[in-house]
Design a protein around this ligand. Structure first.
Ligand code: AGP
Length: 608
C-alpha cells in the first residue's frame, strides 16, 4: 500500500515529508519521492528503492519550501523505477500529484489526452492525473481537481499541488485512506495516522467521495458535488505502535479486516463492462487456451491452499485437467510437464525458494508460466511469462490472510478470462460470475461484522489438544487453510481432510469433546458432508459447521453454526475462510501467543 504525506505551514516541508514517510515504511514500498513549493517553483526529488536513496538525493541539493507532498510507492502499474516513482507532473511542471490506488480507466484517459498532444514519461496511471488536472486547470486548483476526478474511475487517494498556488494542497479520497492532522498554524495530510501522530493528535478522517482544500490555517472539506462537510476532530490517544496497526492489537487482525478493500482493489480495473475481464500482465497468444491439455498449479502453504480452490473452479468451468502439487514435491519429481500446458505458480512474496525452483522446472519443460503474486518485481514475477498481481498491499503478519483471499480473486478472474477464451461462458454466465465477485466485499464485511460470535466460539478451543477441519470440494480446500491458520498461530495440533476420508482411519482419533469444524456450503455434496458431522457427533465430538445464513438444516446436526451470507457455491471460499482466520486468531490470543511473528516461522521461506 502506498504512503502519502502532505504539509502546509511555516516550516521547511522536506524534512517533515521524509519523516512522515519513514513512519509509514512498515507499509512496504519500492520507490519514494517528494515535491516542495518554495513560493515560485515546485521542486521534485524521487528515486527507486528505499527512502535512504531519496534522503541522499536531497542531501546533495535540499529543496526549500514550506508546502509539499510526499509518497512511498508500492508498484501496481509499472515496475519500481526512478521515473515511475511519484510525484508526477504535467509537462509544464505546473501540477504535481501523488496517488494511492488504481485509476481503472487510465488507458482510455491516456489515449484521450494523447490525442490532445500529451506525452507521458512513465508507465503509471498517476501521471495521467497530473495531465488531467492541468487540462482542467483555469485559475483554481480545487475546481480543477474536482473536474478532473469526475473523469477518473477507480479506488484511490489523490493529492495535488499547483505551482501557481503556493501554500495550498488539494486532496480527494475515493476508498484509499486519507487523514488530516491539525497543527498550530500548520496542517498535515497523510494516508495513515503513524505518519503525523508525533506532530499532532488532532485528526480529521476524510471519507470516500470528499475533496479537501488544505492551507496552513486548516482545511475545508466538501463532497465532490460541492456540498460543505462538517467533520468532528478526533483526539487520538494511541501510541506509535498502536497507530501502525491502525488501532488494532496485531497486524494479523488488521489485515483480516482489510480484506473487503483488498477484494475491491484486486478486482479494480480488471472487469470490463458487465461480463468481461481484462488482465493486464496476462497475454496468452491467440488459441493458447484452446490448445491447453493441462494446467499445473504449484505453491506452498497458504498459497497451495489457494491453488486447491483454483483446481476446483478451473476444472469445473474450463474442463481442463488440473494438478496441484506442492512446489517442494514438484521440484524433485520428474513430472510429465509438456509444452501445451500452463503452470500457475502462486506466491505472496514471489520469493519462496521451492516455488521458484518448481516454476523454473516447469518453464524449462516448455510450460507457459503464470505467476499469481503480491509483490511487483518479485523474482517469481520476473521469471514468469504472465503475471497476475494480487493487490493485497504488504502483508506484515506471518500468517497469511488478505493475500490468500486476493489469490482466490485472481483465480476467479483467470477462470472468467480463460472460460471466455474457450467459449465456455455465455455473456449471461460471466455476468453472473462477475456480479457475484462484485458483491464479495460487502458480503465479507458482513462476515467480519460477526467477529464477536467467533471470539466467543474460540473460547471453547483454547484448551483443545487437537482440532479437525472437514469439507468436500472447495470446502475441503478451505478446511486445509483453516487448519494451517490454527496450527501456525495457536500451536494446537490440527488436521484437515476431505469429509469422506474420516471413516478411513482418522475417525479413531475422535473422542468426547474433540472440536471438529466442518465447512458446509457445497450443495452437490451437502448431505454427504452432513453425514460426516453425524459420524463425529456420534463419537462425542464438539461439532461446528460453517454454513450459509439461510441453511435451516445445519443447526440440526452441528452443536454450533457459524453463518456466512449465501453466494454462488464456487465463490464461497472467499467468505468461509474468514471465520476460520478469525477462529485461529482469537484462539491464539486466548493462549497468549505472539500473533504476528509465531515461533519457528518466517514470512517468506527463501531457503529450502
Ligand atoms: C501461511 O500463513 C504461511 N505464512 C506460509 O504457509 C506461506 O503461505 C508459505 O510459506 C508460502 O509463502 P508465499 O505465498 O510467499 O510463497
Amino acid at each position: 500500500m502506498c504512503g502519502i504525506m502532505g504539509y502546509v505551514g511555516p516550516a521547511e516541508a522536506a524534512p517533515i515529508l521524509i519523516d512522515g514517510l519513514q513512519r509509514l515504511e512498515y507499509r512496504g514500498y519500492d520507490s519514494a519521492g517528494i515535491a516542495v513549493h518554495d513560493g515560485s517553483v515546485v521542486t521534485i526529488r524521487k528515486a527507486e528503492g528505499k527512502l535512504e536513496r531519496l534522503v541522499a538525493l536531497l542531501a546533495e541539493s535540499p529543496p526549500s519550501g514550506s508546502t509539499g507532498i510526499g509518497h512511498t510507492r508500492w508498484a501496481t502499474h509499472g515496475p519500481p523505477t526512478d521515473f515511475n516513482a511519484h510525484p508526477h507532473t504535467d509537462p509544464a511542471g505546473d501540477i504535481a500529484v501523488v496517488h494511492n490506488g488504481i485509476i481503472e480507466n487510465f488507458l482510455a484517459l491516456r489515449e484521450e489526452l494523447g490525442e490532445k498532444g500529451s506525452r507521458f514519461t512513465s508507465d503509471t496511471d498517476t501521471e495521467i492525473l497530473a495531465h488531467l488536472i492541468a487540462d482542467e486547470y483555469e485559475e483554481d486548483l480545487l475546481e480543477a481537481v474536482r473536474r478532473a476526478v469526475r473523469r477518473a474511475e477507480g479506488a484511490y487517494a489523490l493529492v495535488a499541488m499547483s505551482r501557481k498556488e503556493p501554500g495550498r494542497i488539494v486532496a480527494v479520497r475515493m476508498i484509499s485512506p486519507l487523514i488530516i492532522g491539525l497543527g498550530e498554524g500548520e496542517t498535515f495530510l497523510a494516508s495513515d495516522i503513524p505518519a503525523i501522530l508525533h506532530r499532532t493528535r488532532r485528526i480529521l478522517v476524510i471519507e470516500n467521495g470528499e475533496i479537501v482544500d488544505i492551507t496552513a490555517d486548516g482545511v475545508r472539506i466538501e463532497t465532490l458535488a460541492g456540498a460543505p462537510v462538517a467533520r468532528e476532530t478526533l483526539e487520538i490517544s494511541w501510541n506509535a505502535e498502536q497507530a501502525e496497526k491502525g488501532g488494532y492489537p496485531h497486524f494479523m487482525i488488521k489485515e483480516i479486516f482489510e480484506q473487503p478493500d483488498v477484494i475491491t482493489e484486486t478486482l479494480s480495473g480488471r472487469i470490463r463492462g458487465s461480463s468481461d475481464v481484462a488482465l493486464e500482465g496476462v497475454g496468452f497468444p491467440e488459441g493458447f487456451v484452446a490448445g491447453l491439455d493441462k494446467i499445473w498449479i504449484t505453491a506452498c502453504g497458504t498459497a497451495y491452499h489457494a491453488g486447491l480452490v483454483g483446481k476446483e473452479i478451473f476444472e469445473r468451468k474450463l474442463r481442463i485437467p488440473v494438478d496441484v502439487v506442492y512446489a517442494h514435491e514438484l521440484r524433485y519429481r520428474d513430472p510429465i510437464i509438456r509444452p501445451n500446458s500452463l503452470t500457475i505458480a502462486i506466491s505472496q512474496s514471489g520469493e519462496t525458494a521451492d516455488t521458484l525452483a518448481a516454476a523454473e522446472l516447469a518453464k524449462g519443460r516448455g510450460s507457459r508460466l503464470l505467476a499469481i503474486t503480491n509483490v511487483v518485481g518479485s523474482t517469481l514475477s520476473r521469471i514468469s511469462d504472465d503475471v497476475l498481481y494480487t493487490r493485497a498491499g504488504p502483508e506484515i503478519a506471518v500468517a497469511s490472510t488478505k493475500a490468500y483471499l486476493a489469490m482466490l480473486i485472481g483465480e476467479y478472474l483467470l477462470t472468467v478470462r480463460m472460460g471466455r477464451d474457450l467459449g465456455r461462458y455465455t455473456d449471461a454466465e460471466s455476468a453472473e460470475m462477475i456480479d457475484g465477485l462484485r458483491h464479495l466485499p460487502q458480503a465479507a464485511e458482513e462476515v467480519l461484522g460477526r467477529s464477536e460470535d467467533i471470539a466467543r466460539l474460540a473460547e471453547g478451543f483454547a484448551g483443545a489438544d487437537d482440532v479437525y477441519f472437514l469439507g468436500r470440494g472447495v470446502d475441503y480446500a478451505v478446511a486445509m487453510e483453516g487448519s494451517l491458520k490454527m496450527k501456525e498461530i495457536s500451536y494446537i495440533h490440527s488436521e484437515a481432510m476431505p469429509a469422506g476420508e474420516l471413516k478411513h482411519g482418522t475417525l479413531a482419533l475422535v473422542t468426547r469433546g474433540t472440536p471438529v469444524v466442518t465447512v458446509l456450503t457445497q450443495r452437490y455434496v451437502y448431505d454427504k458432508t452432513v453425514s460426516a458431522i453425524m459420524e463425529v457427533k456420534a463419537r462425542g465430538a464438539h461439532t461446528i459447521a460453517v454454513a450459509y445464513d439461510d441453511d435451516g438444516n445445519a443447526a440440526k446436526h452441528a452443536d454450533e453454526v457459524v453463518r456466512i451470507p449465501r453466494v454462488p457455491d464456487s465463490l464461497s471460499p472467499v467468505l468461509s475462510a474468514i471465520p476460520l482466520q478469525l477462529l485461529a486468531y482469537y484462539v491464539a490470543v486466548a493462549r497468549g501467543h505472539d500473533i504476528d511473528q509465531p515461533r519457528n516461522l518466517a514470512k517468506s521461506v527463501t531457503v529450502e
